[in-house]
Write a protein that binds this ligand. Structure first.
Ligand code: GCU
Length: 682
């Protein structure tokens, strides 16, 4: 049982179709490895193990470039002059992490060359090549050139040192601090393999709500051990820095970023870390947010704090990822406006090795949010986007929701900053500002559950995040197709309906939780299940009633000119679109407007009826997902089939719970009957 669930998208299932096998076998007679670095060896092993398993053969790895129909592995500098010539100018089209897969003919012998400027490119190329074989794609006349569009493609683990995981729904943390550094759980290696296979090249090991202890020698020794495991897979380790660490573990009286002792403490700390981990990535910092310490505790600002840390890691090539997730209890007017208001004036003031990490939307990882207005509004500052792969607000690891669809929607959003077509993707891949420091972060959904992510389909969100971090323009449909083939089966009768189910799943969760722009109405604290009625929490902006503002006149948060004017934070074209009730896309309607219950939507129905229909549609969509899945039994192993089936049963039950709870609650205000076709809660 453990096997399939555990193996993620690297199943390397033995092929059974003999024409397909013999086709591959006629093109692959062995592997030639021209390089001997740790990374190259991983590439060779992975290729050998995977091909042997899938094609039921015993491929040999040799070192001399001879023979026919070999797969030749090696980075640019180790290639023979003939092979270099055959690759030609392709090298000019890739960056340091890119790869080239090319069918070449050398002295009348045919080979497939997998190369890159560096050995890590070769490893990425091997995984890409294996994906072709996993997907039964032709490997004749290959000419693939691919390179990541962002530099930092990173998982953020919100893992605590006691191994609990904040917002984690897949067991405990993978990092076994108690047994590290001497005990290397084989799972660390599989974690690294999985990440390398999708191009993830960084990992923040610790929670943004940070514990300073991670920076003590006792823990750094353990971090070093993990860094040693991950390094040959191209993965750099990063840590979260608790701003008050100089006080807590350094014995200083202050953590003021302008204090000389504090600056020196961080400089020495950086030196100490880099002595152990020469390629340490840097720090991720949550400061002056939700009670975390920060520069403002000393009358300083985010720039002072970030730059002080940036100066400490700069001599070693480190970066500071400074989060823009801030909102203050002293300004309850509109939480959605605060990060922009606070950060945009800092544009251009950060050091070159600071990148500001901005959540995809201005509130907090909702099933649907308009893109964060900061994107495009800080052209002189590198910005990275933070997505949440773990489903804090989307049904934990119980509900099946395919997130690449959500990520794509945000990445494709046109900010209109500077000009039409300035999508969020173009801002974060640096193409707009020519930024050298670019990145995408995903809050990890990984834990020590056998299947890593709790829900078998949540593996697709880890996979998809990595693929989109590599290429922010990648279509979610392509990702679903790849993932299904590599994880389950190449049978079209399975792929077609199940891919459609995945694609639909994102809209389904929006419909049964927060349709038409509703947001943050989950039960508070844990954020699981409906809680639109909650109104007694200490901070107003933690209460769902703050967000939906339902009353007898209508429902929704007026962020237009007549309200908080949050729309003014967007470029004029977008502002105009969102600000006007008539032009505001209906899926953001209640995000930007307080709308009367009788307002007519484009479908000719009143808002109340439309809301009710959306909730019902969400429920119906989950029912369809169940129907789809129930027909897949013959393509899927019993265990995963059953697991997904049980989880979908819960999702269906809970979609109804959401519909019933929300409609009953809002009905008190609308005072209207449910339209025909919407099932009645009672
Ligand atoms: C959310 C989440 C917190 C987390 C915070 C953050 O508010 O509920 O658990 O710490 O985001 O991103 O910092």
């Amino acid at each position: 049982f453990a096997q399939k669930d555990y193996k993620l998208w690297l199943q390397y299932e033995k092929k059974t179709d003999s024409p397909i096998i013999s086709d591959y076998l006629s093109n692959i007679k062995g592997i030639i490895a021209l390089e001997n670095t740790a990374t190259s060896k991983i590439a060779q092993n992975e290729l050998q193990i995977a091909l042997n398993a899938m094609l039921g053969s015993q491929f040999q790895v040799t070192v001399k470039p001879e023979g026919n129909h070999k797969i030749i592995l090696g980075s640019k500098l180790v290639l023979t002059p003939e092979i270099q010539k055959a690759i030609g100018s392709d090298f000019e089209r890739i960056n340091e992490e890119g790869y080239i897969i090319k069918s070449v003919s050398i002295k009348n012998n045919k080979h497939i060359v997998i190369t890159g400027k560096k050995d890590i490119g070769v490893l990425y190329g091997v995984y890409s090549f294996l994906r072709l074989v996993q997907m039964n794609k032709s490997i004749k006349n290959l000419h693939l050139i691919d390179a990541p569009k962002t530099n930092i493609r990173i998982l953020n683990h919100w893992d605590n040192l006691d191994r609990t995981v904040e917002r984690g729904y897949a067991g405990f943390s993978l990092w076994n601090w108690q047994k590290l550094p001497d005990f290397i759980d084989p799972r660390y290696i599989d974690y690294a393999r999985a990440n390398a296979s999708i191009g993830i090249n960084g990992t923040v090991l610790t929670n943004v709500n940070a514990n300073a202890l991670i920076l003590t020698p006792q823990y750094l020794e353990k971090v070093e051990a993990l860094a040693n495991v991950f390094r040959p897979y191209g993965i750099k380790v990063y840590l979260t820095a608790r701003f008050s660490a100089p006080i807590e573990i350094g014995g200083l009286k202050t953590a003021d970023p302008k204090d000389l002792d504090v600056m020196n403490w961080w400089k020495n700390k950086a030196k100490e870390i880099y002595k152990r981990i020469p390629d340490f990535g840097g720090f991720l910092v949550k400061a002056n947010s939700e009670g975390q310490p920060g520069p403002q505790n000393y009358g300083r600002d985010h720039v002072d704090g970030a730059n002080m840390l940036a100066d400490a890691v700069a001599p070693f090539g480190g970066v500071i990822m400074w989060r823009a997730f801030v909102y203050s209890e002293h300004d309850a007017n509109d939480r959605a406006k605060q990060a922009y208001a606070e950060f945009v004036p800092y544009d251009g003031k950060f050091r070159d090795n600071v990148i500001v990490q901005v959540k995809n939307g201005a509130i907090d990882f909702q099933p649907r949010e308009p893109f964060h207005p900061i994107f495009g509004a800080m052209p002189k500052t590198p910005l990275m986007i933070e997505f949440q792969i773990t489903q804090e607000y989307l049904g934990f690891s119980t509900h099946l929701v395919f997130l690449p669809k959500l990520f794509q929607e945000v990445l494709e959003s046109d900010t209109f900053q500077k000009e039409k077509g300035t999508t969020v993707a173009k801002i974060i891949d640096g193409s707009l500002s020519n930024s050298k420091l670019t990145g995408i972060a995903g809050v990890s959904n990984i834990g020590n559950d056998v299947n890593w992510t709790g829900h078998p389909f949540a593996q697709a969100n880890w996979y998809g995040f990595g693929r989109q971090a590599w290429n922010p323009d990648l279509d979610a449909e392509v990702i679903a197709d790849e993932w299904l083939r590599c994880t389950f089966s190449n049978d079209e009768k399975f792929i077609k309906p199940v891919a459609a189910m995945m694609i639909k799943s994102r809209e389904a969760v929006v419909n049964y939780m927060t349709p038409l722009g509703l947001h943050h109405i989950m039960d508070t604290g844990h954020h699981y299940g409906p809680g639109p009625w909650v109104s007694d929490l200490s901070r107003p902006e933690w209460n769902p009633v703050y967000y939906h503002k339902a009353d007898k006149n209508g429902i929704g948060f007026d962020r237009s000119k007549t309200g908080t004017n949050a729309t003014a934070q967007y470029a004029p074209e977008v502002e105009k679109l969102f600000d006007n009730l008539e032009t505001c896309p209906e899926n953001y309607l209640l995000w930007f407007h307080h709308v009367s219950w009788d307002y007519k939507l484009k479908n000719g129905q009143t808002l109340w009826n439309s809301l009710a229909f959306k909730y019902q549609e969400g429920v119906d969509q989950v029912k369809e997902m169940q129907d789809t899945w129930n027909k897949t039994g013959k393509y899927v192993d019993k265990e995963r089939f059953k697991e997904v089936q049980m989880l979908l049963d819960i999702q269906y039950k809970e979609a109804k719970w959401w519909r019933d709870a929300c409609l009953l609650y809002f009905q008190q205000y609308s005072g209207k009957e449910l339209p025909v076709g919407v099932e009645n809660a009672s």
